[in-house]
Design a binder for this molecule. Structure first.
Ligand SMILES: [Zn+2]
Length: 215
């Protein structure tokens, strides 16, 4: 699965009109339709990957990351040869990056429950090459919805970076962090759109994205 494809159903779209549950509709973000929104998400994913790669290279040059040292830690722990330790490093990156995807959605789901109280029935699924957690039809305050959007990116960024450091595999932790963050483009883009819509007081989760609502 390409980085950026696990963006769940918090994604962008065109402006809307009309009214929902007494709120004025200020815009609708549709993550599933092809269009400017999905192109913007892809651009943001690549941009995040590029910035992470540049920062990683700078940290490597600065000696913060020590590749032979990291491979030595793996060899020490497993008894593998140098070549197999490189393969194990790559396998750990792949496995952790894949495992992070459902964990990311479970964090969204837990936050939906926390913020929505009894109203929130979370639907989990996998479609169009991505996992998702959704709460269609439920309206949240702007602040609560931003918490739902940003919690997985925040918690998993701290967990991957801190976990890598604790295991003396900081480059591995950083690489998992970078791939995961690139996949959070949808959440970050939606947060930016909410931020750029000051009149938005509430957000409704929909089957394909978000409605931005105002009082
Ligand atoms: Zn997400």
């Amino acid at each position: 699965m390409a980085a950026g494809e696990h963006e769940d159903r918090h994604r962008a779209g065109a402006a809307a009109g009309g009214e929902t549950q007494g709120y004025a509709e200020l815009g609708e973000l549709n993550f599933l339709e092809e269009g400017e929104t999905r192109r913007a998400l892809l651009r943001l994913s690549y941009w995040l990957l590029g910035v992470s790669a540049a920062l990683g290279a700078a940290l490597l040059l600065a000696g913060v990351f020590d590749v032979p040292g990291e491979l030595a830690v793996l060899r020490e722990a497993t008894g593998l040869s140098f070549g197999l330790a490189i393969s194990a490093w790559g396998a750990l990156l792949l496995v952790a990056s894949v495992v992070a995807l459902p964990v990311h959605e479970l964090i969204h789901g837990a936050c939906f429950k926390l913020m929505g109280g009894g109203r929130a029935k979370v639907a989990y699924g996998f479609s169009a090459g991505m996992f998702y957690a959704g709460c269609p039809g439920v309206t949240f305050t702007r602040a609560a919805y931003v918490v739902v959007l940003l919690a997985p990116a925040s918690l998993l960024s701290v967990a991957t970076l801190a976990g890598g450091a604790a295991l003396r595999l900081p480059l591995l932790g950083y690489a998992i962090f970078a791939f995961h963050l690139a996949g959070c483009a949808g959440d970050l883009y939606a947060t930016w759109r909410i931020h750029k819509t000051p009149a938005c007081t509430h957000c409704e989760d929909t089957a394909c994205g978000i409605k931005l609502l105002g009082e």
